[in-house]
Design a protein around this ligand. Structure first.
Ligand code: G6P
Length: 611
């Protein structure tokens, strides 16, 4: 994971870098560091902990350089410590490097460097990089800029693994080199200045024009110029793309936390994700996916592959696709799929869901599916993300930047988009016209209904105040309600650190009910009219054993239960978009009651770019 930021221009680099780093802290917050060049001299300052701790380190006030690099770390190799913090320098302190990713062959490279007289101060994989650059630089016969550039490309040609790098050199006080392979990096363009970052929102307040680097592409920058080239030093021409997100989208805008803001943004993000893709009377339109009826008829299996919350959206997608398109769907964690030789061929359609578009396991699974002949569709929230560049087709959720580590608005936008894609395919296949038309109408009503659901937040807050000290909770549901239960349980674990399990309601009696005793909290989701009776029986089973019950439902229940959150009625296929919101709010308020950092839960990172 880790976040990197850089600046080269005419302003002081430090405040720009610290600002960017604090916005990238969702990617890791074990330590932070910065390097700048001033009067031809490289200076690095690092600190254990957060960016706010780095700001207080003595010497920070005198960093005045107008080019610099910064890093916020999520520890992989080497425990969180000052010496393992980035930037790392070579032994002669001529090069400074920040790195996001993992160098898989770092042990071999370390041995190679040790044999050549280099020593190491940290336990990180990264420290080999500045030393390798120094090694190549010192034996180089090149001159001028090419000497620096070639030392970097020669180094990268020895690295195995993933990396986004920013590199400064004492001998080049007016230049910076950046490169990426399997880790994200964007370059924002200003007037005689460049902003570098792991993601767009971190630097959105400075520029809206971005160069997107592909794997193994390098950029050599001065204040005025930027040259792109590949690992064989062949020049590449690139044009900057303009991003439509506004800077406010990456601010809290009056909310206490990003998570709360993002929960409240869901009507907007669903409205924007729907866009003009469906209308009440016309046919659906997804120009990004160009598939024929013959092709769809040949598809005998759909895989939906993702990680975390995105995978939970996939579980809902499975029900929608099977119901409308009549094609069997399997949902799988990318980290499992990629290592188990799945049966895939040209009759398999694989959908990959990733908010960030940078999750390492999801990208690897996508590459595997492609190599086996499957067609691939990516669903991502980030324009130009790695996954979007690998897939045959990419469709974007328009949820806007999601900053809180725990995903909320991206999840509901993913479900909406899965439903829209399923509708589109069913229309191409000329299947289930009536169901499709009903679902379209119901999707279009969602934004207003979301605002209705948000009105339940006081009731949810009160329940959170009653249960926040508990250590275990259970989530139950049937069908798509079970899929939502999985997501509710994940949200609770992620931000409140309370152990919870999600079970299909009908499975309770096969084991978990043994754990139900007086005062245990059981959270149920109940939105399927056909299953009301059965689900109510399951809730009664736990209630008679003393459980506190919290029920999210759009059905009339003929029994009185502890806390019932009533949400608007909608099509069961998309009901998760509404029923998940009370669970997001419950996790949020419990976390707040416990006094935790909602947006940056311990040990987690938003974008998992390591395997
Ligand atoms: C991490 C995040 C989750 C997210 C998952 C997949 O675990 O903490 O919130 O759901 O990665 O991320 P992606 O960007 O691929 O959707």
């Amino acid at each position: 994971m880790c976040g990197i930021v850089g600046y080269i221009g005419r302003k002081e680099a430090k405040p720009i870098i610290l600002n960017g780093l604090s916005r990238l802290e969702y990617r890791g917050y074990d330590s932070a560091g910065i390097a700048t060049i001033e009067s031809g001299k490289l200076t690095t300052i690092k600190s254990l902990g957060r960016v706010s701790d780095l700001e207080k380190v003595p010497g920070m006030e005198s960093l005045k350089g107008t080019l610099g690099i910064g890093h916020t770390r999520w520890a992989t190799h080497g425990k969180p410590s000052r010496e393992n913090s980035h930037p790392h320098m070579d032994n002669s302190e001529s090069f400074a490097v920040v790195h996001n990713g993992i160098i898989e062959n770092y042990a071999d490279l370390k041995d190679f460097l040790k044999d050549n007289g280099y020593t190491f101060l940290s336990q990180t994989d990264t420290e080999v990089i500045p030393n390798l650059i120094h090694f190549h630089y010192s034996v180089s016969t090149e001159t001028g800029n090419k000497k620096f550039i070639k030392a970097v490309t020669d180094t990268c040609n020895m690295l195995k693994g993933s990396y986004a790098l920013e590199i400064l050199a004492n001998d080049y006080p007016d230049n910076m080199i950046v490169v990426r392979k399997d880790s994200p990096l964007v370059i924002g363009k200003g007037q005689d200045e460049k902003y570098i970052s792991s993601d767009i929102p971190a630097i959105l307040s400075f520029t809206k024009d971005f160069y997107l680097l592909n794997d193994n592409e390098f950029a050599f920058m001065s204040r005025e110029n930027i040259e792109f080239f590949d690992k064989n030093l062949r020049p590449i021409s690139k044009t900057a793309q303009s991003i439509t997100w506004n800077a406010g989208a990456a601010e809290k805008e009056g909310f206490e936390d990003f998570m709360l803001k993002e929960i409240h943004e869901q009507s907007k993000s669903i409205r924007e994700t729907i866009g003009s893709r469906i209308t009440e009377n016309g046919s659906s339109s997804i120009p990004d996916i160009d598939v024929s009826k013959d092709y769809l008829k040949s598809v005998n299996k759909i895989f939906i592959i993702a990680c975390g919350t995105a995978m939970h959206a996939g579980y809902v997608g499975k029900t929608i696709f099977e119901s409308l398109c009549e094609i069997p769907v399997e949902v799988e964690a990318a980290s499992e799929f990629r290592y188990r030789n799945p049966i895939i061929n040209e009759k398999t359609l694989c959908l990959f869901i990733s908010q960030s578009g940078e999750t390492a396991d999801t990208i690897a699974a996508l590459k595997l599916a492609k190599s086996c002949g499957a067609r691939t569709i990516a669903i991502s929230n980030v324009i130009g993300s790695s996954i979007s560049r690998e897939a045959d087709y990419t469709v974007y959720t328009h949820a806007g930047p999601e900053i809180a580590v725990a995903s909320t608005k991206a999840y509901t936008a993913q479900i909406a988009l899965l439903a829209i894609i399923a509708i589109h395919f069913a229309e191409i296949l000329e299947l289930n016209e009536e169901k499709v038309n009903e679902l379209k109408k119901d999707i279009l009503e969602l934004p207003n209904q979301i605002d209705e659901v948000l009105k339940t937040k006081e009731q949810i807050k009160q329940f959170a105040q009653r249960v926040y000290k508990e250590t275990d909770m259970f989530f139950i549901g049937r069908g798509v309600d079970y899929a939502v239960a999985l997501e509710g349980s994940l949200k609770l674990k992620e931000i409140s650190y309370i152990h919870s399990e999600a079970y299909p309601s009908g499975e309770l009696k096969h084991g978990p009910i043994a754990l139900i005793e007086n005062n245990v909290t059981v959270i149920s989701v109940l939105t399927n009219r056909m299953l009301v009776e059965k689900s109510v029986s399951n809730i009664q089973e736990v209630s008679t054993r003393g459980a506190k019950t919290f029920i999210v439902t759009n059905q009339e229940l003929n029994h009185s239960f502890d806390t019932v959150i009533n949400i608007p009625k909608t099509n069961v296929l998309i009901s998760p978009i509404l029923s998940v919101i009370p669970l997001q709010l419950l996790a949020y308020y419990i976390s707040k009651e416990k006094g935790l950092d909602v947006d940056k839960p311990r040990n987690l990172a938003k974008s998992v770019t390591v395997e």
